[in-house]
Design a protein around this ligand. Sequence first.
Ligand code: HEC
Ligand code: HEC
Length: 302
Amino acid sequence: MSAFWTWYIILLVVINVVGCAALLWWTSKRRPGEPETTGHVWDGDIREYNKPLPKWWINLFWLTIIFSIAYLAWYPGLGSFKGYGDWTSNAEHDAQREANEAKLKPLFAKFAETPLPQLAQNEEARRLGQSIFANHCATCHGSDARGAKGFPNLTDGLWQWGGEPEQILATILDGRQAAMPPFAAVLGSDEAVNEVAVYVQSLSGQRVDPTLAAAGKPRFETICAACHGRDGTGMTALGAPNLTDAEWLYGSDFDSIRTAIVNGRNGQMPAHEPIIGAERVRVVAAYVYHLNQTATGKTAQP
Ligand code: HEC
Ligand code: HEC
């Protein structure tokens, strides 16, 4: 804080405190020459007297002023003056976080030994996982983990990068970088792009023009099959999604599919080991695994 603002704040605070004290002193007694009553009369004979506040009440006000001065001496409140108590909100936050970490440490140690599917059955782990998810994952995947356009639904039992416990763990620890390159140039013409897009639509059972789809099929099988598989069911090792199911990351309509082909798609799941540490990743992975098991009606095999 610059010296100007420091003095600006100190001045404001001091003027306020001194102002309160002056006001209190001024109103605490009746001065000679002041009228005995205010002149207000009700019901013919009830007069309003002009009396100061009771002594005990005034003294309470003095106490609050003394308290405020002591408070401002102990805590930081006067510009950049740190206060004699050396208190900072950061230090308090750090201390609380450390205490919390110390409390969680034995818990994480226990969880680190437990296989993931079993961990997913542990209610305490799931509760912790849920709070980690709310803090670190919900911004992208939604608080219900159902995702949004470009951010996968994590509850549907369909996995772009694999749904085995170890695969989910790897996804969260190290992140994933999807690499679908643009294919407009390879396909050569707008027409070819459209035909492939229509063929992709047909893969998931959408009603399309069969001649366009038939023209797109061989192109798909030569160019796209390398990653999405000949039948379009995808490849988890590359993160190439299954194009035959009803679940779409970017949309199943013609335009979305065409955009994927023309511009490519490069979804990125950030690596979370550097952000939240391996212990928390493990617990949140168990939570995601469980979400998925409950949503799809399967139960984990411990
Ligand atoms: C090099 C591997 C590779 C090739 C070849 C490839 N893709 Fe992809 N494709 C991917 C990956 C990886 C993704 C996931 C992108 C993401 O998650 O951002 C993807 C995503 C898509 C999507 C979006 C799916 C969704 O759920 O929204 C469509 C549509 C698609 N590809 C169609 C095609 C078509 C058509 C071709 C051939 C012209 C093709 N891809 C060729 C790797 C590939
Ligand atoms: C900055 C946004 C972002 C955050 C934060 C984020 N993710 Fe993701 N996540 C993504 C995107 C985007 C993808 C899809 C990547 C792709 O296109 O292949 C993804 C993919 C995934 C997948 C793979 C899904 C599949 O079908 O294989 C899992 C599992 C996952 N995230 C879990 C998590 C968890 C757990 C957290 C919190 C620790 C998290 N994510 C935080 C953006 C995010």
